[in-house]
Design a protein around this ligand. Structure first.
Ligand code: ATP
Ligand code: MG
Length: 632
């Protein structure tokens, strides 16, 4: 493992240069560290026009041999997975690498016995329990393509995804615990499957003892399915470019796309980035709070850590149950060394006051990660001060479902840090900023559309069933570039700061603002918990700024709060960025992965509330009604 790890910033700079000068040699050396049944004929073949991208062409492998079998000799008794339940009073569960290997093989045999073969699609709709990880790896073991669906999506969203993938099987549970709530997963699957014809069988894990209705010759209990199955299972031989999984993006901006990742490149890149960004050491315990229903969970709970022989924590619950100290309690309980969460969680925990975090020692922590949205300076500082106790480094991970792994981020304690900046690109990643005409901007101290000009091993290969959509969305805006859809800024030292989505950029009298910059300023006000800004048409200025702001409960005089917010924005950015309208709201519309959905707020700001688009992927649709009612 250590061979892949960069140890100093100087070494990072050296490696980065090598990766740009000779990308194939660079990635080939990294790939050599993995176990391949057969090596590649060529490292990389690509063109961004079709697009067609092939890494390690001709190589044969199975990713689970690298995540499990390879570790058995040296790490067979090492903990692979620590599972922490929703309820702190319930016992936690641990799996060594050998135990995980056996469970995966046994379930893989159960899948085969139900007729699942290489290339079949299997949808997984499960709680955050170890069996979810086992199901994912069991699919990979036999070459079935997994499509994990976040277990918070409605029956309709599940049906859409099952149908799009033409899945042959669904793996689920009777129900799940999330905080004080329970969700009847099997009932939702039954509802969804009324609209799906491709599914032949459903495997149900008994999580809550609910005894749901089981349809004969279609539904099988997990424990029955594995009963009598062997605990070893040969790994299916996969081509490096065979599909590993489909994952639908979280849908902050529109109809979900089935992003496709393949076996070889994804393996190499997730392991490489995990080891470098988190600077994982052999006896460390690493915890990512994401759900495996999102790409972060795929790459940095399951694949990246297990490929690296790490101990990975998996948490069933939520940050505020039974109280807002739950994350910190888990860190102390399992002596977590590296911790990764989302800005939305950090901001919501900040709002509960510092006493919850201050009552835990958090001594074990070394690296703190943040991912999913731009992190505002105030949240960054709180994380650094109260969670990291000014000892830990913060790694702000910018990447996307489509990129498979982290693209721009600090590397543990070896990179310089700057609040609200993601930092420098990972070796092998060539980001560029384009101006409005699509020309590369060479200078620093600039901003533009963030594109990537050279492939990396885990770039998406297609969108499932619709290659044209992949081409149009990512490779057609600017010829020869992968278009991220995000805007970014580069400072005088070449560090990157993400400004928000290009679609959300606000243009006031010819001045262009990323949403993140203005929100960052608003959030510096001590009474603001969270905010979202959007543009709306203005006859003279082109656009004006509309801010939706969540205040803490201690604020009594809202007019005074408005005045203060205006002052902060003027002081931080200038008069030009002044929000013309400020609406106080009790919450913001968010995707089920916790990201602010500005698309809906924009419509409200424009006064166009008759058609708010698809709100089915929202965390809390009720909040939208309240915002519409009180809109200015
Ligand atoms: P959809 O593509 O369906 O609209 P989504 O973009 O939210 O959904 P993801 O792939 O989970 O789905 O998220 C990637 C996006 O999240 C990035 O393009 C960026 O806008 C934002 N993002 C992720 N991490 C960061 C970060 N560290 N800093 C700033 N923005 C981030
Ligand atoms: Mg996206």
């Amino acid at each position: 493992m250590s061979k892949l790890q960069i140890k100093s910033f100087e070494e990072y700079q050296q490696k980065y240069s090598q990766s740009v000068e000779n990308p194939e040699k660079f990635w080939e050396e990294i790939a050599e560290e993995f176990y391949w049944q057969k090596k590649w004929d060529s490292v990389l073949e690509w063109n961004f026009d079709e697009p067609k991208i092939e890494w390690f062409k001709g190589a044969k492998l199975n990713i689970t041999e690298n995540a499990l079998d390879r570790h058995l000799e040296k790490r067979g008794d090492k903990l692979a997975l620590i599972w922490e339940p929703n309820d702190p009073k319930q016992r936690f569960v641990r799996y060594t690498y050998r135990e995980l290997y056996e469970q995966v093989c046994q379930f893989a045999n159960a899948l085969k016995a139900k007729g699942i073969q290489k290339g079949d699609r299997v949808c997984i709709y499960m709680p955050m329990i170890p069996e979810l990880t086992i199901a994912v790896l069991a699919c990979a073991r036999i070459g079935a393509i997994h499509s994990v669906i976040f277990a918070g999506f409605s029956a309709t969203s599940v049906a859409d995804r099952v149908n799009d993938a033409q899945a042959k099987m669904v793996i689920t549970a009777d129900g799940l615990n999330r905080g004080a709530k329970q969700i009847p997963l099997k009932r939702l699957i039954d509802e969804a499957l009324e609209h799906c014809t491709s599914v032949e069988s459903v495997i149900v894990f008994d999580c809550l003892g609910w005894m749901p209705t089981m349809t004969e010759n279609r539904d099988y209990w997990w424990h029955d399915a594995i009963s009598g199955q062997s605990k070893s299972c040969p790994a299916e031989q996969m081509d490096a470019e065979d599909m590993l999984f489909i994952l639908y993006t979280s849908g902050s901006t529109g109809k979900p796309k089935g992003v496709v990742h393949t076996c070889g490149g994804y393996m190499v890149y997730t392991a490489y980035t995990f080891q470098n960004v988190y600077q994982y050491q052999e006896s460390d315990v690493y915890w990512c709070t994401a759900d495996i229903g999102w790409i972060t969970g795929h790459s940095y709970i399951v694949y990246g850590p297990l490929l690296s022989g790490a101990t990975t924590v998996m948490f069933e619950g939520i940050p505020t149950y039974p109280d807002p100290g739950r994350f910190w309690q888990i860190i102390d309980k399992h002596n977590v060394n590296q911790f990764l969460t989302a800005p939305t969680a950090i901001r919501s925990l900040m709002a509960f006051g510092d006493e919850h975090v201050l009552s835990y020692s958090l001594d074990s922590l070394k690296v703190l990660g943040t991912v999913g949205e731009p992190i505002n300076e105030e949240a960054w500082k709180w994380y650094y001060l109260h969670v990291g106790k000014e000892r830990c480094s913060i790694a702000d991970n910018w990447w996307q479902t489509e990129t498979g792994g982290i693209m721009i981020s600090g590397l543990g304690n070896i990179s310089p840090m700057k609040p609200s900046y993601a930092g420098y690109p990972i070796p092998g990643i060539q980001p560029v900023l384009l101006d409005q005409e699509g020309k590369e901007i060479a200078d620093n101290e600039t901003e533009g559309y963030l594109c990537i000009k050279f492939p990396w091993p885990s770039i998406l290969r297609t969108t499932w069933g619709d290659h044209e959509r992949c081409k149009l969305t990512y490779f057609s805006h600017y010829k020869g570039y992968y278009f991220t859809g995000d805007a970014a800024k580069r400072d005088e030292n070449g560090m990157y700061r993400l400004l928000g989505r290009v679609d959300d950029v606000i243009n006031v009298s010819g001045h262009r603002f990323g949403t993140a910059e203005i929100e960052n300023a608003i959030n510096t006000n001590g009474h603001v918990i969270e905010s979202a800004v959007v543009g709306y048409p203005h006859p003279v200025k082109g656009q004006s700024i509309y801010a939706f702001v969540v205040l803490d409960s201690s604020v009594e005089d809202q007019d005074m709060a408005k005045g203060e917010i205006v002052e902060t924005v003027v002081a931080e950015i200038g008069k030009i960025a002044l929000p013309e309208k400020i609406q106080f709201v009790s919450g913001l519309p968010k995707t089920r992965s916790g990201k602010i959905m500005r698309r809906i707020l924009r419509k409200i700001a424009e006064g166009d509330v008759s058609n708010l688009g698809d709100t089915s992927t929202l965390l809390d649709p009720l909040v939208v009604e309240e915002i519409v009612e009180n809109a200015l």
